[in-house]
Design a protein around this ligand. Sequence first.
Ligand code: AMP
Length: 150
Amino acid sequence: MISLHSGEFLELTIKDLMISSERVAHVQIGNNLEHALLVLTKSGYTAIPVLDAHYRLHGLISTPIIMDSILGLERIEFEQLEKKRVEEIMKKSVPRVNITASLVSCLDLLVNHPFLCIETEDGFFDGILPRSTVLSQLNKIVKRFKHTEK
Ligand code: AMP
């Protein structure tokens, strides 16, 4: 059965596939929604982590959450972007795993989440594991397996 058989996928670690924290677009606790929307729009991602000054993970902020929070009864209240802070509206339940977890244990979570936040053993934000990276790795293994099967 593909390479769960050969162990190829099982040998990979989260560290092999994750995007490290310095390359992850994020916002900080205390930032207003205008800043968050700017980072989201410039980066092109729909959701990004919210960290504190010590690189601890507090939540996720996304464009839909921001837009929903400034939606008034009759109009979009753009002036709220400057007034509200990310921590007031961020999603606090974050799919997070420890850097020492196995990649197989991440698959379950990745079914429902486009990326997982990775934390060090001390609980500091270490990066993210995007679903696309894991799928692309599995795809390579499946293709290689099909090739050697011929
Ligand atoms: P992807 O699989 O590359 O499309 O990424 C899925 C999601 O992961 C994106 O929509 C973002 O929410 C998040 N993401 C991926 N790469 C980054 C990054 N460098 N910085 C922040 N968020 C990211």
